[in-house]
Design a protein around this ligand. Structure first.
Ligand code: AOF
Ligand code: ZN
Length: 364
């Protein structure tokens, strides 16, 4: 591996991340084409998942792709979907070498892309930037292999882990800089997920604001009985930005029709011990094509995702104030008896944002 291979792959990885949150159900892939030390094409997976990254980069490179090296963050596809395979496009363009970060887990590809390229006489190296690619594409891998999306759980709490006062006042515990960071994180996820309590008490719009995003994340609300106010921001805007409501069996037919009338999508889920099953919820969301979900509470949804060990990343914003034991806890009852039963996460980032502290952790 040359130094420049790693550098070009780092660029491809950062381009790939531009597709996060907008190109689902497809992976957010990045591609850089380099000819004699000059970058002649750059691409990333486009909104909705097509065109693929390589196709965009090859179009930019034109004739300069002949004899060039293509850096891709995922194995080029080998299947005839709505478009011909990227491996074929790379061969047709006369690319001499392909450097890929990681093999695709989609069974239609899984090694076949590399095989096609090698058979055409193209030199293929795999593994540069693999760890970073595995992290960036983790949602796509989870959805393909386990049928569920990556789950980031975000909490904005006081120093003592409370998300509201006893009277329910929660706006604003953290400052404007932290709230802006939350919007940037929403934009990198396919969907924002909240429980019914949060949807009722805050009347949130759950959109990304002031960021100039190409596509808003889907807004998903979990509500066992579908008892959500029809005079809410979510209901009023369901035709502009998708709203998906995950509800339990046997809900009132009038409510279902009223919500369908707003443009929302209704997703029936299984119930377990009186609550929407976290496992079934995520299976349904994976089935709808979501790869990355950003859960913003409340306490009982957070608890059920944690109890099912289905949280992949924790994002905490901690403010410098204490609310006290009478405040609302950030996470509901987990039913742990021993510390050893708690899922452990590794610290991956910590930084000050305005007057607050951000900390991010990923599942060990
Ligand atoms: C690539 N480059 O930028 C992406 C790829 O439904 P289709 O035909 O668009 O194919 C989706 C599959 O293509 C997806 O499951 C994954 O295997 C691959 N995604 N491949 O060469 C890309 N996004
Ligand atoms: Zn492709």
């Amino acid at each position: 591996m040359s130094m420049s291979d790693a550098r070009y792959m780092a660029l491809a990885l950062s381009l790939g991340r531009r597709g996060q949150g907008v190109c689902w159900p497809n992976p957010a892939v990045g591609c850089v084409i380099v000819n004699e030390g000059r970058i002649v094409g750059r691409g990333w997976t486009q909104p909705g998942g097509r065109p693929h990254a390589e196709v965009v980069a090859l179009a930019q490179a034109g004739g300069a792709a002949r004899g060039a090296t293509a850096y891709v963050t995922l194995e080029p596809c080998a299947h005839h979907g709505k478009t011909p395979p990227c491996a074929e496009a790379l061969i047709a363009a006369g690319v001499a070498r392909v450097v890929a970060a990681i093999e695709d887990c989609d069974p239609r590809v899984a090694g076949n892309g590399f095989e096609m390229l090698r058979r055409a006489g193209i030199e293929v190296s795999v593994g540069i930037g693999e760890d970073a690619a595995a992290r960036d594409l983790a949602g796509f891998f989870l959805k393909t292999e386990l049928g569920r999306p990556w789950v980031t759980l975000k909490l904005a709490s006081s120093f003592d882990g409370r998300i509201a006062t006893a009277s329910g006042e929660s706006q604003w515990i953290t400052g404007p800089e932290a709230r802006r960071a939350v919007h940037a994180m929403r934009a990198r996820h396919d969907a924002v997920l909240v429980g019914a309590g949060t949807a009722r008490s805050d009347d949130p719009s759950l959109t990304v604001r002031d960021m100039g995003v190409a596509q808003q994340p889907v807004r998903v609300v979990v509500s066992r009985y579908l008892d959500l106010p029809l005079m809410s921001q979510l209901a009023r805007t369901a035709r502009q930005v998708p709203v998906w409501l995950c509800h339990g069996p046997g809900v009132d037919g009038d409510r279902v029709r009223a919500w369908e009338g707003t443009g929302a999508r209704l997703i029936p889920c299984a119930v377990e011990a009186g609550q929407i099953s976290a496992t079934d919820l995520l299976r349904q969301l994976g089935g709808q094509g979501l790869t990355r979900v950003f859960c913003e509470g409340g306490a009982s949804l957070a608890a059920s995702l944690l109890a099912a060990d289905m949280v992949d990343e924790l994002v905490g914003f901690t403010a410098g104030l204490a609310i006290g034991a009478e405040g609302l806890p950030a996470v509901g009852v987990l039913g742990l008896e021993q510390l050893s039963e708690a899922a452990r996460f590794d610290l991956i980032e910590t930084r000050a944002i305005g007057a607050d502290i951000l900390h991010r952790w990923q599942r060990q």
